[in-house]
Design a protein around this ligand. Sequence first.
Ligand code: MN
Ligand code: MN
Length: 466
Amino acid sequence: MVEDLFDKKEIGWKTIDENRKNEIFNFCDNYMNFLGKAKIEREFVKEARKAAETHGFRDLINFEKINPGDKVYFVNRDKSMYLAVIGKEKLENGINIIGAHIDSPRLDLKPNPLSEEGGLAYLKTHYYGGIKKYQWTTIPLSIHGVIIKRDGEKIDINIGEDENDPIFTITDLLPHLAQDQMQKKLSNGIEGENLQVLVGSIPYQAENEEEEKTLKETVKLNILNILNKKYGITERDFVSSELEVVPAFKPKSLGLDSSMIAAYGQDDKVCAYTSLQAILETENVEKTAVCILSDKEEIGSMGNTGMESHMFDFFVSELLNKAGENRPNLLDKLFCFSKMLSSDVDAGFDPLYASVSDAKNAGYLGKGISLNKYTGARGKSGASDANAEYVSYVRNMLEENDIKYQVAELGKVDVGGGGTIAYILANKGVDVIDCGVPVLSMHAPYEVTSKFDVYEAYRTYKSFWR
Ligand code: MN
Ligand code: MN
């Protein structure tokens, strides 16, 4: 039929039966449950490690030798993680990598965060990653992370998620007094320095009148007293902490048909979770399967938990050493023969903002996993552009497994652009393509995905390793 000449892009929901729909909804219930417990990278690593252990993965450090069939993981400073299922083929013939990132845009506490102004106590923040600042005011917020005390004790902090916890918020001007603010551009309507989290208003109760006279900043003092009683910390301990302010919303099914998911941090934990599930269920592979859960992507992948660091090379070298294969320059050979899916989210086509996308080259919610042959911006600058031969390999894999996929660009020419970890591995010689779940309201406190696409991502990653 002449009709078949068209590249038809079907709506995924119309192509599946009731059983598959139930499978999708069940899978996504587990995803939402996991995401609710893993809002920051450290929590993701903790949950991923637990899941890996239950699926028979063991810390690579404890292996003297590795053999085909072994399942190993490596945790880097509690913030990034690699998992591998050792294949029958020699490592030097190449490995199959899927890499996602587990950090998301948020507000980090400043090193000296606590302050008091006008009888209210605040925690000052410095935002992390690309955010629209106005979206982070007047929503419920929670605080996650760690404080390392002077004696080295590490305290896990998680306040604002439990039903009985208080939450926090950042205030904004009432419309009645916002005439000047409303004239400002959206980009500076809320100043970065005003992203201060409201945390208290009761002054410290002095023991006697004598003490009363000597005390200042009593609201701040009261907060420090509460923290001291609960965690045994003093103000100085904030300097050796990493505390992240994130939305206190729980992941929820979205829509009267419950077809979508609204949750914080789906960029890129939706791809991280689906990749993780896929490797947990991967067995008996020819080529070694490796899953990367990386940190710091949202601020350029720098630092020793980011993808630019040599930590991943170290991990793969350790695999070579422990498989008894290593010799000089073998790492380079391994990378040159390896394949990778950079599993990161794509900008979903938003009909309310259709003008920023090329409708023919956009990723739609519900049409399956979205491939980005290249990212970059303005003349593909900075892009890792996948080779046609490799796109063909990935496309065939998807079509053989009847996986719904779409090929997209991030926005119109000269409008859009972005980056992922793809180029970092590509620069090592690996064949890489970006592929992930389309997201609406990306980087907002509440991001939206389609359950259909989440499941197709999981199926893609499983098929890639198989
Ligand atoms: Mn991302
Ligand atoms: Mn992002």
